[in-house]
Design a protein around this ligand. Structure first.
Ligand code: GDP
Length: 440
């Protein structure tokens, strides 16, 4: 899970700090030593760590912290502010050009997730009303063109390719085609290599000089820690990139790249990749990320994910049903689908402040949801609407049909009964308004 190691360590440090009450200057020094260690272990760049600790210490030993009634809270707030500043206080989005099309040049080493993220961005901007065109400029590996076509098809975005031709010429032609077809966003998938090499840099420079992209986004793999930061530095020196896409954050327990890349290169992280699925892309907000690292959750991203996943009309219909105590197992199934649409359970729950889910629990939860889904799918519509008709014979049939046991079916039915009871109570006098308009 993203940042798990670093979050755990920082939280342990802060917990001890909170237990201490009033703080002395020496307490803060000690705490900052531990924070420094936690950051270095998370593979944060050495100089970045040093500057960070110095900045926090300077503010934390001030009289308003030491004399405040809640000094630990003040220190934690300073850590959060400085961590946000480290990742860039302002949110930097992709700039769209007035002259169409806007050209995004994607670059990065092989395996960083470049092709996947071309498609993720195409999907992301398509959902915002843009008309993207994906362009296969990685001409050295025939598989790369095919891969772009496959992901392009998955997100419903056309792919321009000319086989193994000259990437500069392909980019130029693609832009002409975009103008002809009214595509307003061109995403160039350029070649990658295993390491930064001169030939690659020359090719990328030629593409840059010929097509004049509005954005050059570098894709780096968060799991490679400081290597990712060094790669970013090398690409930036040659290409003057406009931003970074940090991928595979879902598997990065340390967080070193996320915390150092902006400070080292001066270039903002614009997006993060949080999974292999093509909808697992998030716009990057430094303050939200700091919040997540410090275990304070990220309610804003959670709300945005919910807005994307939840169908408003369905939600209103559901609220109506809950008000009338007419919530059925089919509705429950619908709800589960919407929750699943928000992403892996562990990621979603992890955004709620104070909730910590380890990978094992998250996987168990997902398995449980799948089981529940299979059981409800094995029921007839009549059974879903009126579970009271499910007798032992039907239970055996449902269990066999869903590959589960009768005990599992019983458990789901019991849970559903409890939910119904709870809704009845909430709808009674005491809880009136709980499912009122706008409550869900
Ligand atoms: P490229 O060589 O840079 O074009 O990399 P690919 O797009 O082919 O991605 C390499 C591998 O990383 C593929 O298996 C992707 O599914 C995987 N991948 C890409 N982005 C992410 C991400 O955000 N999270 C995870 N877990 N895997 C990713």
């Amino acid at each position: 899970m993203a940042f798990e190691g670093l979050s755990d360590k920082l939280n342990a440090v802060f917990k001890r700090l909170k237990a201490r009450g009033k703080l002395k200057e020496s307490d803060i020094k000690e705490v900052m030593r531990e924070v420094r260690l936690a950051l270095l272990e998370a593979d944060v760049n050495y100089k970045v760590t040093k500057d960070f600790v110095a900045a926090v210490s300077e503010r934390a030993v001030g009289s308003e912290v030491l004399e405040s009634l809640t000094p630990a809270q003040q220190v934690i707030k300073i850590v959060k502010d400085e961590m946000t500043a480290l990742m860039g206080s302002e949110n930097v989005r992709v700039r769209f050009s007035n002259r169409l099309p806007t050209i995004l040049m994607m670059c990065g080493l092989q395996g960083s997730g470049k092709t996947t993220h071309c498609a993720k961005l195409a999907k992301y901007f398509k959902s915002q009303g843009k008309r993207p065109l994906l362009v296969a400029c990685d001409v050295y590996r025939p598989a790369a063109i095919k891969q772009l076509q496959v992901v392009g098809e998955q997100v419903g975005v056309p792919v321009f390719e000319m086989g193994q031709g000259d990437p500069v010429e392909i980019a130029r032609r693609a832009i002409m085609r975009a103008k002809d077809h009214g595509d307003d966003l061109v995403i160039l998938d350029t070649a990658g290599r295993l390491h930064v090499d001169e030939q690659l840099m020359e090719e990328l420079t030629r593409i840059k000089e010929t097509v004049g992209p509005h954005e050059i986004l570098l894709v780096v793999d968060a799991m490679t820690g400081q290597d990712a930061v060094n790669v970013a530095k090398a690409f930036d020196e040659r290409l003057d990139i406009s931003g970074v896409i940090l991928t595979k954050l879902d598997g990065d327990t340390r967080g070193g790249a996320a915390l150092s890349v902006r400070a080292v290169t001066g270039k903002p992280i614009k997006f993060v990749g949080v999974g292999e699925r093509l909808d697992q892309l998030e716009a990057f907000y430094p303050d939200r990320m700091a919040s997540r690292i410090l275990g304070m959750g990220d309610v804003l991203t959670l709300v945005e994910k919910a807005q994307d996943a939840v169908d408003e009309k369905k939600a209103e219909a559901l609220a109506q049903k809950m008000r009338k105590n007419a919530f059925t197992l089919t509705d429950l199934l619908d709800q589960m689908k919407q929750i699943q649409g928000m992403g892996p359970l562990g990621q979603v729950l992890g955004m709620i402040p104070g909730v910590k889910v380890n990978d094992e629990d998250a996987q168990r939860g997902e398995k449980e949801m799948k089981k529940m889904e299979a059981i409800i799918f094995s029921m007839t519509p009549a059974e879903r609407d009126k579970p009271s008709i499910i007798d032992p014979k039907r239970k055996r049939r449902i269990a066999a049909g869903s590959g589960t046991r009768v005990e599992d079916v019983n458990r789901i039915l019991r849970q559903f009964e409890q939910m119904q009871k709870m809704m009845k109570t909430l709808n009674s006098k005491k809880g009136r308004g709980m499912f009122g308009r706008g409550a869900l």
